[in-house]
Write a protein that binds this ligand. Sequence first.
Ligand code: PEP
Ligand code: MG
Length: 933
Amino acid sequence: MATRKKSSRRAPARQASVRTKVKAPRKYVYSFDEIRIAERAAGSADNLRGLLGGKGAHLAEMKRLGLPVPPGFVVTTEACNAFLAARDRFPRGMWDEVLSAVKALERSTGKRFGDSAKPLLVSCRSGAKFSMPGMMDTVLNIGLNDAVAEGMVRLTGDERFVYDAYRRLIQMFSTVVLELSAKPFESLLSDYRSRRGVWNDAELPAEDLKEITTGFKRIVEEEAHRPFPTDALEQLELATKAVFRSWNGKRAQDYRNAAGIAHDLGTAVNIVTMVFGNLGTDSGTGVMTTRNVTTGEDQLEGDFLVNAQGEDVVAGNRRTLPIAELGRVMPKVDKELRRISRLLEKHYREVQDIEFTIERGKLWILQTRDAKRTAKAAIRIAVDLAREKMITKAEAVLRVQPDHVDFFLHPQLEAGARASAREKGDLLAEGLNVSPGAAIGQIVFDADTAEHWAHQLKKPVILVRPETRPDDVHGMLAAQGVVTSRGGRTSHAALVARQFGIPAVVGVVDIEVNVERRQLKSASGTLLKEGDWLSIDGATGEVFKGELTTLVPDVTDPYFVELLSWADRFRELGVWANADYARDAERARRFGAEGIGLCRTEHMFFEAERLPIVQSMILARTPEERAEHLAKLLPVQRADFVGLFKAMDGLPVTIRLIDPPLHEFLPSRDELNKAVTELELRLKLNDGDASVLQRELHAKRKVLESVEALHEQNPMLGLRGVRLGILMPELVRMQMRAIAEAACECAREGVKLKPKIMIPLAATSAELKVQRALLEEEARMVLKEQGQKIPFQFGTMIEVPRAALVADRIAEFAEFFSFGTNDLTQTTFGISRDDAETGFLSEYLQKGILVRNPFATLDERGVGELMRIGVKLGRARRKNLEIGICGEHGGDPSSIDFCHRTGLDYVSCSPFRVPVARLAAAHAALANGRRKE
Ligand code: PEP
Ligand code: MG
């Protein structure tokens, strides 16, 4: 029971009051009518949500708007944090405030808590600053005991309703507060259901529910070794503590980790007068969003149930009705709900997710919050709200997250593969299309297996469950996709999948999921076991057996195009692409790339038919021999560049000269050694034709000799980049010639050219000077031969710290810089980029020694500082020096933000990241304001 000491402020307060104002004791409880006081205490709307939690702040706000919200109050997140810090003790004074707030509730409702004549029942619900659907606890119907139940039966004349509410209280209280297993309660309910031959609990008669209530109390005594508490205030106190504690529950922590929510925010507790949706056919309950959050269309989306209480809708164990049916069943309520829906959307300037209950024909709003949505819907809604002038275009751009755009580019099932799978009868079933995108993976039936297979065994998995619960979230996050046989659009599985962009199909009633046997069965009798392949389409709701092929989605969706065009208006950074082939360049251009920031020319050497020529060129013994092989490479490289220039007609194309060490093109030293030893052995043992073996051995030894000659202990710090160009000038001369000849050919055809020649890995200005002179000479020769005038720009990559530190000198010979942050990160940290992720780096990340992977998100303090220096020095020497980035960081939103702040001209990233980068660059501009000139 609540026996907290009265707060006793000590004498010094009086002393202090002489000189300063007495500091009011902290207020931990606010009634829904006290929003103004709470606003003053919090200081801002954002802080108000922090203090009262999203749910509490919105309930109070709705009260202020005059909407039908049941009376209630909020215990603040500060109380929660104080409670958790004091190891599960309420802060001083808090409980007294709760008792006064209960008294006030009694006054305003005319009912009394724990009183059988005029019973007041309340719910105790969690509500953090950021919504974490289903991750924390809630207890409904607090205030019921045997006497109150009998009193309510007398008042309502509805024994079924009362005992349904009572058994729910015991059930929820037991699992949430007493932390008992849900199983014995569920199995008792299911015994009664099967005895009556009914599918859902709502069909059980009053006498059964009464017996079940007694049975539940017995289970509590047996399992918890204590009776179910009959005192209403004790129920409330224990429930409040449990809700506070649930902030630190595993599933809540997992969710916060995944959603990037801080762990120190705490949850508020909302104590709200119960209203009942299970009082007959003029009552009901539902959840809906003010627009369709799957497609973004401007129509209500959601489900409701007649004669049901809150969790029935989301639990998925009763077949819900679509919200469009409400008008038919309860036309007046429907009209009112639509009015409120518009009002709330306008008020919050955002699509809302609303929970409501209808008690004997009266509509009550129990919650409103910003609705979670699919990526597709996020984009359409943002565009529509801006067109409707509810928000500005800048706000619309800010409301779409880079992840939404990224998701938009997710693969889809290929139409042909889909059609033939249908024909073959591989379409197992269709369910609700709640989170778009195609997912292919091996079936797993529980969250732990999903996580294990995905993370440890590196298998793509599809999590298949009858329904999901909050403690399945870690498995959902590990899975490629999720399928549930039950549940609706607002089911847990649907909400979570949508938020995290996991393709999902729910409510697939035609498949029977047997978790115990680890198998699923379709209506037509197909049996699939754990490990079998499944392909799902979260946009259509189809579930196929087997591995279907996927394809890149259509990026011509008009809302997507429009939103990105708005983003382009706000961003100041250019967005270029890293592309090696004409086809990549074409795609990049379709996605909005404004240039090629990096063409890795050596990638062209790796093509199967070219590699032998490259190898012969490297192994050549004489300059003449080498020249012969280079001459063979020239036309193929030229053709590549022609393709690239044509694809990017009118836009800059940055061609990076060969970078990797030559041994990368040759067979591995270990394998050659092994082959030589084997051949020697076979010769000794006379195993095979000696002359053939001799010839083979000779050839292998020759290759091995060259490989040995090129061998370096640290090749990434060795003969590569500009060093290679200096030591093997004929190689880069050939590349320059290929570029120049391609440019001449294109110019003759009328292609507009902006070719940029990029020299990799320079550390000194002397290297650049020498290399550039050589390249310019070759270019001049070609232009003269061809009688053309094409301006080539020469620039360099800044990939080693020294280059950044002497950028002023480097800029003497470079007309542009591009930060190669893959190498710059490697050389700044001294961590091998090839081994990093498989080595100690992951351990560092797990232990928090490094907060982020510096190869994914730019390390601002270190690598970023070098970049700042490089930009400053470079521009000091050459005012109009063009500066970009072409490491992987060029497609990472937070690194893009840094590039904006550092005054880069453009970011260059892989073609698929281009739309993401366009949006991220707009976000950077909108968040940071205009850049310094
Ligand atoms: C870099 O180092 O960032 C870069 C783009 O070059 P590469 O990845 O080819 O070494
Ligand atoms: Mg590099």
